[in-house]
Design a protein around this ligand. Sequence first.
Ligand code: OVV
Length: 406
Amino acid sequence: MPSSLQLETRPAVDLPQLDLDPYSIASLMDPYPLHEQVREAGPVVYLTPWQVYAVARYEQVKAVLSDHDTYISGAGVGLTNFNLEPPFRPRSLVLEADPPAHTPCRAVLARVLSPTVLRNLRPVFEAEAEALVDQCLELGAIDGIKALAERYPLKVFPDAVGLAAEGRENLLLYGDMVFNANGPRNELLAKSTERVGPVTEWIMRRCQRDMLAPGGFGAQIWEAADRGDITHEQAPMLVRSLLSAGVDTTINGLGNALFCLATHPEEYAKLHSDPSLARYAFDEALRYESTAQTFYRTTVRDTVLAGVPIPANCKVLMMLAAANRDPRKWPDPDRFLIERRPAGHVAFGAGIHGCVGQAIARLEGELVLSILARRVRRIELIGEPTRRLNNTLRALDALPLRLIPA
Ligand code: OVV
């Protein structure tokens, strides 16, 4: 047999084929055993249940995030390949777009959420955090999710966008559905699609100019269209991005941080004695319990990653939460340590699609945790936390806590 034929029929270089399902109930409840299996099987693996490539090591996740020309977002950042199946809603102009179309849209959002803007918002966000923590302290026993992790972002973020108070719980249903939609068409997606019914129309109506208070993020997006930075057709779609990505994410970031602190009293004690650790504690919680567990890319051409060939038009699953616990990158990765400096974690992604709202997310996290640290001596877990399963998000439904005042 001629050697060239042998070469052609040789299987791809060491591509482990794993019969593992990240969307099984067991894995959604506790994803970390599967993360370790994928990470240790090789730098690139193939998950047979969904027929996708997957990377779970920090180095390869970072490589895929960084090479946005090869690993594109325009074919969707979930399991569904938009080249083969249409998206369930009109594509996001930032999340599900590539340069050059992506660039001006991203720039508008980056300007609206700039450090200067956030510096001005800080006193407002701080006063809200103080009021809410005081209310929780008066109650003593609270559900940390409903009373704090949900209430805070649901107040401060839509206020900053310029959204009226009525109907904000719709944002929770919408976020739940958008993040479920990045996974397979399973029971979770079916249920949240059912619940979301009339909400989509409500959301799209809120993106219109007349619904957005002057001076808010929403109004500023429309002003960017007046300046010609984007078109007036694009403006409501970018407001939709804020409403899609700005609430459920921070809610669960905060909820997971409260969970980490309640289950690691020795770490909470450190935070209580030095509230200036709040910013690091929030980032460590994001590393340890990454809110957005996964995102996908799609190969635009044949490529090679860590010596493994990947053909064109394939979905590549980036296991962000697994990369954030890769022992090749992090000493003692399975320990929650608030004095760690977890710079470089990929809970916000990285590169041109890295979370454009990460500064506002960190502002919310830092403020809530630092005010808790000052006013609460101890956080006691007084019941079993329950999970809210979502195809993308690491989320809690309930977190029974008692707050012991300082
Ligand atoms: C779920 C999600 C994350 C980030 C961005 C968007 C959505 C968007 O709609 O642009």
